[in-house]
Design a protein around this ligand. Structure first.
Ligand SMILES: Cc1cc2nc3c(=O)[nH]c(=O)nc-3n(C[C@H](O)[C@H](O)[C@H](O)COP(=O)(O)OP(=O)(O)OC[C@H]3O[C@@H](n4cnc5c(N)ncnc54)[C@H](O)[C@@H]3O)c2cc1C
Length: 329
């Protein structure tokens, strides 16, 4: 008979590492797939640099990966090491529930059986295409002069000329919110060639705050790719927009494929629906982190949702064991 692992954690970002930390410290044997190098490259954990909106993180230059690795190494060497099966550099390619176990296939085609799964595959932010390529924005994203997350990095715009790249009413609200908070002297919205109709209220506020909307295509980013210092953008027809910092507001790609394949329900944007403990409509399948519907997309919410899932599974395991004890006595 195959071994059935009590818990499998899929994803090695903020939620996945907190999930595995909690399940192993709860003394529940855990199989852990952090993802392949390719999975990690597509994830947010890889792109997070300095974390300034949480205490204790200022020393790290890669604010998710560095502390995560410290905790994983500590677990792998510590007293619970026999309960921790860390499948380094492996991802999961298939997740199917058969009877009351999940069959998990890894990126090397090995199949495992697990009783509970905490899925933490996250999301990624849509990048702007400059002349059909996303490469041009990346050096600036690396140096945080192109930012994505308002709660994390919104404060970077203070006292700077600001541009917002995006093409929806939400983009306009990112601009409005940042202006209301930081009163930047220059705020421009760049729709990168898309014609956008804003609601009446939005248009009135943009006008009142002197936020201009430019619907020409972005042809070039001005600045120094080495230092990441941003000077602005050249739009089609030669228009120059000055900007020292930009925010990207183009939405998210949700990595929900495994959840959907296992039968989990998702909302209109693709985030996976769960109960308050993070369990989906599929018994034993839990979601933590950015993938879960209705949560802030932040490290601390990823942590909290991971702990809720791990502890709920532990309570189920303990209840089952307790039942057996009572039956025997
Ligand atoms: C540029 C940027 C800066 C940010 N800064 C901050 C900040 O300062 N403070 C803050 O609180 N939040 C910040 N955030 C948000 C934060 O990154 C996310 O909320 C957090 O990473 C979510 O954790 P997660 O585990 O859900 O996803 P992620 O951390 O993105 O992890 C997803 C994991 O899933 C794995 N994976 C994907 N597919 C598979 C698969 N098939 N099999 C196995 N594994 C798989 C990946 O390898 C990865 O390890 C920032 C986001 C961005 C984009």
């Amino acid at each position: 008979m195959n071994k059935i692992y009590p818990i499998c954690v899929i994803g090695g970002g903020s939620a996945g590492v907190m999930a595995v930390l909690r399940t192993v410290l709860n003394n529940d044997e855990t199989l852990f797939f952090p993802g392949t190098k390719k999975d990690r490259k597509k994830s947010r954990e890889k792109w997070v640099k300095k974390v300034e909106n949480m205490p204790g993180h200022l020393e790290y230059t890669r604010g998710i990966q560095e502390p995560n690795l410290e905790s994983l190494n500590w677990l792998a060497e510590g007293v619970f090491k026999k309960k921790f099966h860390w499948k380094k550099d492996l991802g999961v390619t298939s997740l199917v529930k058969t009877g009351d176990v999940f069959k998990v296939t890894d990126s090397e085609d090995q199949v495992y059986e697990c009783k509970h799964v905490i899925l933490c595959t996250g999301v990624t932010d849509v990048q702007p295409h400059i002349q059909e390529s996303i490469r041009d924005i990346l050096p600036f994203a690396n140096k945080q002069t192109a930012d994505y997350c308002l709660r994390c990095d919104g404060h970077h715009v203070f006292d700077k000329e600001l541009a917002i790249i995006g093409e929806t009413n939400s983009t306009a609200w990112v601009a409005i919110m940042l202006y209301e908070r930081y009163r930047n002297t220059t705020v421009n919205i760049l729709t990168n060639g898309k014609k956008v109709e804003f609601s009446d209220e939005t248009s009135k506020l943009l006008e009142a705050y002197k936020i201009e909307v430019h619907d020409e295509e972005i042809m070039q980013i001005l600045g120094d790719v080495r230092s990441g210092s941003l000077d602005g953008f050249v739009l089609s027809e030669g228009k120059n927009i000055s900007a020292e910092i930009c925010f990207i507001s183009l939405g998210m790609i949700v990595y929900n494929e495994l959840a959907i394949a296992a039968g989990a329900e998702v909302d209109q944007r693709g985030f996976v629906l769960t109960n308050p403990k993070g369990e989906t409509n599929i018994d034993g399948l839990y979601i933590a982190g950015d993938l879960r519907a209705g949560l802030k997309k932040q490290i601390y919410t990823a942590w909290d949702s991971a702990v809720d899932a791990a502890d709920d599974i532990n309570a189920k395991i303990r209840r089952e064991n307790r039942k057996k004890v009572l039956e025997l006595n």
